[in-house]
Design a protein around this ligand. Structure first.
Ligand code: ADP
Ligand code: MG
Length: 236
């Protein structure tokens, strides 16, 4: 059948600066901050994976991205690196509040993203919070507005939006929806809709999924603006 995620190809005249970075294979050949380059070196990340090569140039140019690639293909760095670089370029600081939100379906996955951000973003001065159920809500409440990057499950994020006085994400620059297919399979569609309604419209959105489904394409239509659709089937 037809690909439910099919989005008409962009005209070549639409191409922006991201074009010059397509084909780059190594992290060292990307125009990344010294802080990120140092961390990638320390983590021994050298060659980009296929999904990273496909998505990072577009995400770094500010485009919305829908990235599809199987589990284990390296999707985390595909959104963590561009998110860090965007805030770095904006000179995001401790008084600027929430700059990036990473939503994933489970506590475990949110924790993995948090750990990867701490590793790859550790040379930056950004503060990072893990907002998941089962942790002390009051402690989170006191800290959450001072945090720059939030790693969360949909339910916990909405809980803060509804219940934490002064919770403010009006300055949000980047929204990441990871494992979008699983978020929807686990029944978080309404929660996600409520979260999206609380977020500023002018932002970059990066949506990643292991599979391409109708539900994911519906979510993409709702949450992405003129996205670059990138699907990687096999590791190369
Ligand atoms: P996915 O989210 O697509 O399932 P992950 O982002 O969790 O995949 O990455 C899977 C594994 O590959 C992780 O252990 C990660 O450290 C490793 N990895 C990711 N990118 C690279 C890279 N460019 N070079 C080497 N290892 C990588
Ligand atoms: Mg992942």
């Amino acid at each position: 059948g037809s690909n439910p995620l099919a989005i008409p190809p962009r005209k070549s005249s639409d191409k922006n600066t991201s074009h010059s970075l397509t084909g780059v294979r190594k992290f060292t050949h990307l125009p990344l901050s010294p802080e990120t380059q140092k961390a990638l070196r320390e983590c021994k990340y050298k060659e980009m994976t296929a999904i990273q090569r496909a998505t990072i140039p577009h995400a770094m140019s500010g485009r919305d991205v829908l990235g599809a690639a199987k589990t284990g293909s390296g999707k985390t760095l595909s959104y963590v690196v561009p998110s860090l670089e965007r805030l770095y370029r904006m000179k995001w600081g401790k008084d600027d509040g929430v700059g990036a939100i990473f939503i994933s379906p489970t506590r475990e996955l949110a924790m993995q993203i948090f750990q990867e951000i701490v590793k790859v973003g550790g040379n930056h001065t950004f503060s990072v919070a893990l907002l998941i159920g089962g942790k002390d809500l009051e402690k989170e409440r006191n800290a959450v507005n001072a945090m720059n990057l939030l790693c969360c499950t949909p339910g916990r994020l909405l809980q803060h939006m509804d219940e934490t006085p002064m919770f403010d994400c009006t300055g949000l620059q980047v929204l990441v929806l990871d494992e979008a297919d699983r978020i929807l399979d686990l029944g978080f569609k309404e929660t996600l809709d409520a979260v999206l309604a609380n977020l500023p419209k002018t932002r970059q959105t990066l949506l990643f999924s292991a599979t391409q489904t109708k539900k994911v394409s519906d979510l993409a239509r709702l949450s992405l603006k003129d996205p670059e659709f990138l699907s990687v089937h096999a590791e190369s």
